[in-house]
Design a protein around this ligand. Structure first.
Ligand code: PLP
Length: 483
């Protein structure tokens, strides 16, 4: 039986305006959430029992405020996406101006419009090498699925339809649509939704702190690529492989910064076997690492680069894939039919207008330089934590994308018993103290991820580091650890 009717909800809102309290609105919203919202990547059971853990109300700069007016430093830029920070009215104005003038026009059948053209040209001017041609989507998963299908289509046009497989890595997160889920290497997203798409295989993650091959960098000579990917290729038959997809830094898998030379090794394997390299820059794109794109740290140009999140700083959904001139040439010269792919919202005018304004903000406010400079400050805080805070076994950081790994035994790199949910405990403590982070604990390690807006300053970073240190110390004081 439906116990809360729309009339009841409306009454609460009317009461708020007339004589009700914010509290009554909050209680009603919590109740409605429990009953009517299926949250992404959330325990449906927990949410149904307890309701939302944070009811966001407004944002300003690096801060988010909840419905009780409590202020949080948004240490994860929400979902690694609010690159220019919260409360940017100029982005809302860009959407309003575009919607008032041309709310929608599609890009099928050679229709086009000025805003999507300007954005494609702008992104091409920023992207490395000969990545010059954009295809737009509404998010990261769609972008990766687009890249997989474009890779297969490219080889089909070249007379190699047998090349359909994709090599991804363990711990990779590429999204949740069927192709993206199949490429994702996190068991929690792959289980209980199968069968997944055919042809996706996984190589070891380049995670030196817990090397899957039991080796040590640099003595390993990058065996996770040079040996493991090569073996996988030989096992699958290299003539059947279309692409290798890599996040320049694996985000949801634990913010894993690969060792020097790893990405180059992947590129040279792609070249050797005639395979396309896809860089998934959904998190690392648009300034996050102190360069426009994460792959630029590696001096490597992929054949396709997927993006989303930071392209609009999350103000409106948009994603895309930018492809090389070589792939584009194949499409323009050798395809006779239509491109067998494309979304209603490929190049939505309002989303493109917001992206253009967002990129302008990144440029005019020097936010990429700030990400680089503040990334150095953040690195120093992390080094300090590693040296002096109990339980901090490892840290990794590039630009404003970082992680802290908590271990029971620093010398032996021994992780905590997963049932203790140590990363979640730290996440909860930090949240209580006004810092939003991300706990990554479903892979047997306890990792706290940090990814603040790119306009964060030194003082705000110091406050975030102090809250985190205190939270870790408090959690560790209740645990048996050996340092
Ligand atoms: N790729 C990476 C690296 C991501 O981190 C994500 C999301 O976090 C995605 C793809 C999927 O993006 P979306 O949630 O917009 O579909």
């Amino acid at each position: 039986m439906k116990t809360l009717t729309i009339a009841m909800v409306k009454r609460v809102f009317i009461q708020k305006g007339e004589r009700g309290t914010a509290m009554s609105t909050k209680t009603t919203l919590m109740e409605l959430d429990k009953r009517h919202l299926l949250h992404p990547a959330t325990s449906a059971k927990d949410n149904f029992q307890h309701g939302p853990s944070l009811l966001a109300e407004r944002g300003e700069g690096v801060y988010l405020y909840d419905s009780d007016g409590k202020r949080y430093i948004d240490g994860l830029a929400q979902l690694w996406n609010v690159n220019v920070g919260h409360g940017r009215k100029e982005l809302a104005e860009a959407a309003m101006e575009q919607m008032s003038r041309l709310a929608f026009s599609h890009s099928f059948n050679r229709f086009s419009h000025e805003t999507v053209i300007q954005l494609a040209a702008k992104i091409a001017s920023l992207a490395p090498g000969d990545l010059n041609v954009c295809h737009f989507t509404s998010g990261g998963s769609e972008s990766n699925d687009s890249a997989f299908k474009l890779a297969r289509h490219y080889f089909a046009l070249k007379g190699q339809p047998q090349r359909y497989k994709v090599i991804a890595r363990n711990r990779a997160y590429h999204g949740v649509s069927m192709g993206a889920t199949s490429a994702t290497g996190l068991p929690v997203f792959r289980e209980k939704v199968g069968p997944l798409a055919d042809g996706f295989v996984h190589a070891p993650a380049p995670f030196c702190y817990h090397c899957e091959l039991g080796k040590t960098y640099p003595d390993c000579q990058l065996a996770c690529a040079s040996q493991s990917i090569r073996e996988l290729l030989e096992k699958e038959g290299p003539e059947t492989v279309a692409a290798i997809i890599v996040e320049p830094i694996q985000g949801a898998g634990g913010v894993i910064v690969p060792p020097p030379g790893y990405i180059q090794e992947v590129r040279s394997l792609c070249d050797e076997y005639g395979i396309l390299m896809i860089a998934d820059e959904v998190i690392t794109g648009f300034g996050r690492t102190g360069k426009w794109f994460g792959i630029e740290h590696e001096n490597v140009v992929p054949d396709m680069l997927t993006f989303a999140k930071g392209v609009t700083s999350g103000y409106i959904p948009l994603g895309g894939v930018i492809i090389s001139d070589r792939i584009h040439r194949e499409l323009t010269e050798n395809s006779s039919g239509v491109l067998p792919h494309g979304f209603t919202y490929s190049g939505h005018p309002a989303a493109c207008a917001v992206a253009l304004k967002n990129i302008e903000i990144l440029e005019t406010e020097g936010l990429i330089d700030n990400a680089r400079a503040m990334g150095e400050v953040l690195s120093r805080h992390l080094e300090q934590m590693k040296a002096a805070t109990p339980g901090v076994g490892n840290t990794m950081c590039r630009g404003l994308l970082a992680q802290i790994e908590l271990v029971q035994d620093k010398a032996g790199k021994k992780s905590f018993d997963p049932s203790l949910k140590v990363a979640n405990q730290v996440f909860e403590k930090a949240l209580q103290k006004g810092l939003i982070t991300r706990a990554i604990s479903h892979l047997g390690n306890d990792i706290i991820a940090l990814c603040p807006p790119l306009n964060i300053n030194e003082q705000q970073l110091a406050e975030a580091a102090a809250i985190l240190t205190e939270s870790i110390e408090e959690v560790m004081s209740g645990l048996a650890i050996s340092q």
